[in-house]
Design a protein around this ligand. Structure first.
Ligand SMILES: [Cu+2]
Length: 142
């Protein structure tokens, strides 16, 4: 109950801020809503699949593909998909050793694009789409 007692001074301060016209810490109902970050979704690329392979998002969502596999991949829209998108080759994460023995760890390549128009966007990996059925679908709703 100690913490309950300690709350009282801050509650009083809150009340005072609400009375003011522009209290910087006020959370009163008259304030404009805080700015919201654009929604995002992520898809992991591994050998040889997209996870999740099929996702449903709202229009305006940014989708980010990240290569977490052991080889290069792409996220490339199927023919006829409009607007088309293509990540190009995204390198696998890895560690390189320089001639002096130093090592550098590099994260997997990533690609982001925003889907503004409702619809179904089928895509594939240009290297493994046919060979390993590495395909995915983005369904964009209103
Ligand atoms: Cu691939």
């Amino acid at each position: 109950m100690r913490s309950y007692v300690r709350l009282w001074p801050s509650l009083l301060a809150f009340g005072a801020a609400c009375g003011g016209s522009s209290g910087p810490t006020s959370t009163g109902t008259n304030n404009n809503p805080p700015p919201t970050a654009p929604p995002t979704a992520s898809v992991s690329m591994t050998d040889f699949a997209f996870t999740q392979a099929a996702i449903t998002i709202k229009a305006g969502t940014m989708v980010k593909w990240v290569n977490n596999g052991g080889t290069s991949h792409t996220a490339t829209s199927d023919g006829g998909v409009s607007p088309a998108f293509d990540s190009g080759t995204l390198a696998a994460p890895g560690t390189t050793t320089d001639p002096y023995g130093g090592t550098t760890t590099t994260p997997g390549g990533s690609y982001s694009t925003t889907f503004s128009t409702p619809g179904t966007y089928a895509y594939h990996c240009t290297f493994h789409g046919t060979l390993h059925n590495m395909t995915g679908t983005i369904t964009v709703t209103q």
